[in-house]
Design a protein around this ligand. Structure first.
Ligand SMILES: [Fe+2]
Length: 330
């Protein structure tokens, strides 16, 4: 405003708050009592992103159309990102993670690259597709969970006689966007040379192993959100990756969980079975291949209709490391 002093010598002439706010604007500061956007602190986490379920049955058909229209040279990008439907949101599925369904067709290759965001894949359908991570070539089979930790070289390829291969990608890209250390680089020669075929790898959690561990386990999972739960850990028993923890849950038809809420965000992928989740009062029905977004601090519970296996990807390690993880049973 015209009456705003343009240098500090003129501050003595400021006689009204409006004039003072003009000074604030000139100096790029704001009064703690005068925040146009409201207070900076509030009593508990706000509801920003929404609970939602994405249906594999629908989105697989959409992916098949993309498979007809999007050339195989773009196969590393033939995916459908699950954008949380909250107003104004353009990318994340939950606050720190993004999920996508992806299709690779027989004979296709996604060229090698690496990036600072960490990624994982949960295979839904199809055999004959391989991932190569840091030179180790691993076949991807339904139910397997495969990691691409931050900055590891990785590529995917499907044999000529492979099935159409559908999987779920989950990455911590929204967290890296927030923190800003985004780096991405393509491998200089397209594909990693002389990959080693391996059956066992620290980056591969085989479905058969997960099922066997769940059958052998007897511990009741924390908070009782499933009948059985195992964690897919790194070699030291810690979270699978620094920013994403992975758990596999098994529950029988008729199981009903208590209601909890937590400051962490979760993405549940349904590997088998069906049921419903009640998230903040909204009933979300789910079945094989569906992905359920449970944003932070939304009370939620599960009821199982058909014997179910769910993979839960959560950002608990981030909140735990920062002292911000709180979970309550309601
Ligand atoms: Fe990648």
């Amino acid at each position: 405003m015209s009456s705003t002093p343009r240098d500090l010598q003129d501050l003595d002439s400021v006689t009204s708050l409006d004039q003072l706010y003009g000074v604030f604007e000139d100096l790029s500061v704001e009064g703690g009592w005068h925040r146009p956007a409201g207070p900076a602190l509030w009593p508990e986490p706000r509801k920003t992103l929404l609970p939602h379920v994405w249906r594999y049955g629908e989105l697989k058909r959409v992916l098949d159309v993309a498979g007809r229209l999007v050339d195989h040279t773009q196969a590393d990008r033939r995916n459908i990102t699950l954008t949380n439907p909250a107003d104004g949101n353009v990318y994340p599925t939950v606050r720190t993670m993004v999920a996508a369904y992806q299709l690779i067709k027989p004979g296709e290759q996604a060229l090698a690259h690496h990036h600072t965001p960490a990624a994982l894949r949960i295979i839904l359908e199809g055999e004959g597709t391989y991932t190569v991570v840091e030179g180790d070539r691993v076949e991807m089979r339904p139910g397997d969970v495969l990691l691409t930790p931050s900055w590891t070289w990785h590529e995917h390829s499907a044999a000529e006689d492979a099935d159409d291969c559908y999987w779920v990608d989950i990455l911590d890209v929204p967290l890296v966007h927030l923190l800003e250390p985004m780096f991405f680089e393509r491998y200089p020669d397209g594909l990693q040379p002389n990959p080693r075929d391996v059956e066992q790898s620290p980056i591969a959690f085989r479905w058969t192993d997960s099922v066997a561990r769940l059958a052998a386990g007897t511990d009741a999972p924390e908070h009782g959100m499933a009948e059985r739960e195992i964690e897919l850990t790194d070699a030291d028993g810690g979270p699978a990756m620094p920013t994403i923890a992975l758990h596999v849950q098994r529950s029988s038809a008729g199981f009903a969980s208590p209601t909890i809420r937590t400051t962490a965000n979760s993405l549940y992928t349904v590997v088998e079975g069906s049921g419903e989740a009640v998230v903040d009062g909204e009933t979300l029905r789910w079945e094989r291949g569906d992905i359920i977004a449970v944003p932070a601090w939304r009370p939620y519970s599960f009821t199982v209709h058909e014997d179910a296996y769910l993979v839960r990807a959560s950002d608990e390690p981030v909140y735990g490391a920062l002292g911000l993880l709180r979970t309550e049973k309601l």
